[in-house]
Design a protein around this ligand. Sequence first.
Ligand code: HEC
Ligand code: HEC
Length: 246
Amino acid sequence: MRRTITLWALSAAVAFAFVSHEASATGTDTRTDKPTDTTPQSPLGWTIATRGTAKGIPACISCHGAHGEGNAAAGFPRLAGAGEDYLDAQLAAFADGSRPSTVMQPFARLMSKEGRTAVARYFSRLPAPETARRTDTADAAPSDTGAWLATRGRGQQGLPACAQCHGPGGAGVGSAFPPLAGQPAAYITAQLHAWKTGKRPPGPMALMPNVASKLSDADIDAVARYYSEQPGEQPTQQASATTSAK
Ligand code: HEC
Ligand code: HEC
């Protein structure tokens, strides 16, 4: 119990720092060094990402998408625009076995430390996918659990809004707080359950195990759907029929 309180004091400080940070920033993207798809890249990172390696690692983009945008149908996560240090740390965790994944562990183990860092840098410099959510739902109703948790959290449980750490619209903040916008719902759901059951390493200050422990299965499904979907207008053709019918 005492441990929980200390962690929450810490995380409240973190959340507060980001609220102040956001208040002074304009727009939805708080990163200033925002790269483009054509930013020159390290040849090693580019080669691993787009060609794979002779040791038998397939091109990362074969699963994570040509621009690192992820694959919603398969539940493969978006890598584009996540912090370099975050991606590097995840690859290290797959390699040392602390983050379980039957798919990623063997690939991470086949890469040198240098290779992991180079490919982490490659994906971190790609822009957020076009299809990712850009803004939060304004004036969420309490009955809209996903939007409410994302933008308000749940005060009586000491649960900050996801946006306080993950940024407006879940765009990600700096190197430590990865983007949620545009992540497949199945991926977000799996990660939150992994923290709930102690299967994913706690990460910085064990912030996410604390968050996940306060979410019911229904909360998890709702917030995963929120971040995986585009709000409001639909830029893709798929849903245009229903949009224009309204
Ligand atoms: C066969 C498909 C496949 C290939 C190829 C693949 N990945 Fe993955 N990757 C996955 C899956 C599935 C996950 C989700 C693992 C989990 O359940 O946590 C993942 C997760 C990740 C993550 C964690 C993302 C996050 O947001 O925490 C990183 C980083 C990553 N992969 C990097 C790479 C890199 C770099 C390569 C190329 C060397 C690569 N992947 C190749 C399927 C793949
Ligand atoms: C107090 C800060 C904080 C809050 C609030 C927070 N997160 Fe996180 N979240 C983090 C950190 C830090 C990480 C990176 C963990 C790591 O490095 O292993 C993370 C990672 C994640 C990931 C993994 C992303 C990936 O690419 O694998 C998911 C999913 C996630 N958070 C969902 C949520 C949701 C949903 C909420 C709101 C209900 C939320 N988070 C609220 C700090 C926070």
